[in-house]
Design a protein. Structure first.
Length: 164
């Protein structure tokens, strides 16, 4: 015997229903966990279907929780949140619906706060370079370029410093 434990469907269902009862998970996350246990695709599919049927996994509910958490705590923008959910295979319909929870005003205020905190630590030869670094930072966090440009240009005090 190779030392690998063989799990039954019931054992896997019990294990992952307990896990899902404590936090939101999507099918992608649970499938990844089962792959680490070297569970067959067929068994994984069966367990996932059972978890969804019993509402331990709900992709729509997961999308809403993910959007709330990543926006409020990680302070990610809509673009990054959408990208992450797509990579997890969450249906676009659920992603779009969940992203509606984030208003433009909330996004703007969050990005403004992030950039105000980031500004003192940004080094550059001139104002233009500092602005570009702040723009790249904003976009890496998942905020759109137009909003980042507006904040960098209108809200933050950065001289151009570019010699003409």
């Amino acid at each position: 015997m190779n030392g690998k434990r063989i799990y039954t469907e019931k054992e896997l269902f019990n294990k992952y229903s307990t896990l899902c009862a404590g936090a939101e998970y999507c099918c992608f996350d649970i499938r990844k966990k089962m792959q680490r246990l070297e569970v067959s695709e067929e068994l994984a599919d069966s367990v996932l279907q059972h978890l969804q049927k019993e509402q331990f996994i709900d992709e729509k509910r997961y999308a809403h929780a993910f959007v709330r958490d990543k926006f409020r705590y990680n302070r990610w923008g809509r673009v990054r949140i959408q990208q992450e959910l797509r990579m997890k295979g969450v249906p676009q319909l659920f992603i779009d619906e969940a992203l509606e929870e984030i208003s433009e005003d909330e996004s703007y205020e969050t990005l403004l706060s992030l950039l105000q905190k980031k500004l003192p630590s940004v080094k550059g030869k001139n104002g233009y370079e500092i602005k570009m670094k702040l723009m790249r930072f904003a976009m890496s966090r998942g905020f759109n370029a137009d909003m980042a440009r507006k904040i960098v240009e209108d809200e933050l005090s950065i001289g151009d410093g570019v010699d003409d």
